[in-house]
Design a protein around this ligand. Structure first.
Ligand code: ATP
Length: 676
């Protein structure tokens, strides 16, 4: 005991030396101690991290745990409810397994069956890790020492995820600017701790310039939270795509896609599936380096020994058809599908398939990629019972839809968006595609122009500012009194965001695909003359990007089909109607998804639903939509013989109901406010 105390004091004073002492004292020199900020390569798989491999339901539970933890104040009741829902709602889940795993886990810790593990966690506690972490996930922190929260100075809140808040901070020891991802746990729930531990463990196994680097972990003794320390990244791809007036050139798109594929290749070759590739998880630093981030849903997998995995992963718009149809045996192809969506999104300037529910999402996929062939289930490992075929036969129209993109991009997108997973190829085969060999070639990341920080989070801030403005207007001051030019850029962007949001809300009685594409021949797309596109310039901003030296603007390259046209989005629609705003920011992924995703709010993964929590604008809509929560949930998407068109109409009606009620609620609240 005395020895242990002395060691503890030592460890606190000089942590690095302290841990070495502990280890030599305990004669456990199995790994080299590098200190908190540099340890790499904890190769052995954490039993916890791979437990999904044993049961598909555990990860679903974990995903729910992530969601529940994200509510922070929701407490364990939310978590319990989510876990329960998981078991009740999901057809792909085996009812008892989630429970069993949790129990088995508790038994393992408390019964002391695994003496070595227990010893390891004891060591970690002595080294300064909190017991709740050391006990639950000893391997995640193995070889590292915790940093103290007061060795960082928080500068700004820069992001918010389902279960985390991200801050920009200064490391007071080195002066370096970092990102601190604060993860709070609900009652130290082992399931959510373990979920986060999996993320840490996976991040520590990866080491690549295009994968975000976890630099350390900070524990806070006061709050029940952990901070993950990451290198700081100024932008994310979703934010860039949503930046008003910003149009990526072909070399820039190639540069980003190439980096994404290199990062993915590294993950896949190291047996890691990301399972949540989307723009807001692709971070970009001030040198144009793209890094894959948010490994919260990532999983270790062994292609030679496939295990059942949950199908409840990947954000809806980027989710491949086999997952929507409940496949539990899958591999790298799920990330390749998401990559295909991203590549097309970069050229289109907006997400390409924006389903509001899983049913609608699969329908959009079939409309674009064609109806599945008879042997689809077998080839894609989709359970026959979960399969449905749209009543109407759709022919594949990927090439036709994206014909305005450069031909080599179309070929790549066509292959990545194959219905059959096998046909999508791998990250390394995609890197060999003509897309990267055809002129104009990818530019160098370092030559990308410097941009002000742009994240999906900024888009959300704009929305919040918009709400504030609207409220102020109702209070008599009027949003119009804020003149662009009198405010800083952030506010100007917010004002424009307000207009867009308003417009979006007012016109949301129709889905975007209906709005933009009444003839519905090509899902969600309409090609517009460049004249309209050109009107969308941000004073002093878009021009910076477009005038960068040395870049090919493909509007000037003859034969580049994509140069002369642009896919329509809400902004251009508004401009076409003569909106007084010279540029209307295109809503980010979250924004478009939020107001209409009511039917998805109970998704066990909780990702689409989680975005509602982030956005108070639609929170009410979600509450009002609660009674619809059971409709058309995932699992078998259609009862045999069901009519997809009726179902979609029904969906639309429910969603519109929810949105209408949501719109009414704040007005009523404001009336009450004014009265009181
Ligand atoms: N290293 C970083 N540098 C700068 N910003 C970051 C960094 N890591 C994350 N962020 C910002 O914080 C946001 C949330 O982070 P992250 O995606 O890791 O959290 P999450 O809780 O898993 O989110 P989600 O629910 O979207 O999956 C990101 O979208 C990004 O904008």
């Amino acid at each position: 005991m005395v020895i242990s105390c002395q060691v503890q004091i030592l460890a606190r004073k000089t942590a690095k030396i302290g841990l070495s002492l502990i280890h030599s004292f305990k004669k456990k020199a199995s790994h080299v101690l590098m200190g908190c900020l540099c340890s790499k390569g904890a190769k052995d798989h954490d039993a916890d991290a791979t437990s999904e491999n044993r049961t598909p339901s555990r990860n679903s539970a974990a995903a729910s745990a992530k969601t529940a933890a994200g509510t922070n104040d929701g407490g364990s009741a939310v978590l319990d409810a989510k876990l329960k829902e998981n078991r009740i709602n999901s057809s792909t889940l085996q009812p008892d397994d989630g429970e069993k795993v949790v129990v088995a886990f508790d038994v393992r810790i408390s019964s002391g069956n695994n003496a070595e593990l227990k010893g390891l966690s004891g060591e970690h506690v002595v080294a300064g890790w909190p017991a709740w972490l050391a006990n639950v996930a000893p391997k995640a922190v193995e070889g590292w020492l915790p940093r103290r929260a007061d060795s960082f100075e928080k500068l700004d809140k820069i992001g918010q995820g389902t279960y985390s808040i991200v801050y920009k901070a200064r490391d007071l020891e080195t002066g370096k600017i970092v990102a601190l991802k604060k993860v709070r746990f609900v009652n130290m729930d082992p399931e959510s701790v373990r979920f986060m531990a999996r993320e840490i463990h996976i991040l520590r196994r990866l080491d690549h310039p295009n994968v975000i680097k976890l630099e350390g972990i900070v524990t806070s003794r006061v709050s029940q939270s952990l901070y993950l320390v990451f290198e700081y990244m100024e932008h994310d791809l979703a934010g860039l795509v949503a930046t008003p007036g910003l149009k990526l050139t072909e070399p820039q798109i190639k540069c980003f896609v190439q980096q994404l594929l290199h990062g993915l290749d590294h993950c896949h070759k190291n047996g890691v599936l990301h399972r949540d590739i989307k723009g807001s998880n692709l971070l970009i630093d001030s040198n144009g380096m793209l890094k894959i981030a948010d490994f919260g849903l990532a999983i270790s997998y062994d292609p030679n020994n496939p295990q059942p995995l949950t199908s409840r992963v990947v954000t809806l718009w980027y989710r491949p058809p086999e997952l929507l149809l409940g496949a539990t045996e899958y591999g790298v192809a799920v990330d390749m599908w998401s990559t295909g969506c991203i590549v097309a999104e970069l050229f289109a300037g907006k997400p390409i398939m924006t389903g509001r529910t899983e049913v609608e999402q699969i329908h959009k996929i079939f409309k674009l990629c064609g109806s599945p062939m008879d042997d689809y289930c077998k080839k894609s490992k989709v359970p026959e019972t979960a399969m449905f075929k749209p009543q109407q036969q759709y022919r594949r129209c990927v090439a036709e839809t994206f014909k305005v993109f450069p031909p080599s991009a179309v070929v790549l997108i066509d292959s990545l968006l194959s219905l059959e997973p096998e046909a999508r190829g791998t990250a390394s085969s995609a890197l060999q595609s003509d897309f990267f060999r055809t002129e104009p070639l990818a530019c160098d990341p370092s030559s990308l122009p410097k941009l002000p920080p742009s994240k999906e989070y900024d888009v959300r801030l704009r929305q919040e500012e918009a709400r504030r403005q609207r409220k102020a207007a109702l209070g008599g001051r009027g949003a119009e009194s804020v003149r662009p030019g009198n405010e800083n850029r952030e506010t100007n962007r917010a004002v424009n965001g307000a207009a867009e949001l308003k417009q979006h809300t007012h016109t949301s009685s129709k889905s975007n695909s209906e709005k933009f594409n009444p003839e519905d021949s090509v899902p969600g797309f309409r090609v517009e003359p460049r004249a309209l596109q050109n009107s969308a310039k941000v004073p002093g901003f878009g021009s910076t990007w477009n005038n960068m030296g040395g870049y090919t603007d493909h509007s000037t390259v003859p034969g580049r089909a994509c140069s002369s046209v642009r896919v329509a989005n809400a902004s251009s629609t508004m401009r076409a109607k003569g909106s007084s705003h010279s540029h209307i920011p295109h809503l980010g992924a979250t924004d478009l998804r939020n107001p209409v995703d009511a039917a998805d709010q109970d998704h066990p993964l909780g990702r689409p639903a989680s975005s509602h929590k982030k956005n108070p604008e639609v929170k009410d809509a979600m509450n009002h939509g609660r009674k619809y929560r059971r409709i058309h949930h995932s699992g078998p998407l259609m009862p045999p013989g069901g009519n997809i068109d009726d179902m979609l109409k029904e969906h639309e009606r429910h969603i519109q109901d929810a949105v209408r009620k949501a719109r009414r609620a704040p007005r009523q609240a404001e009336q009450v406010d004014r009265r009181t």
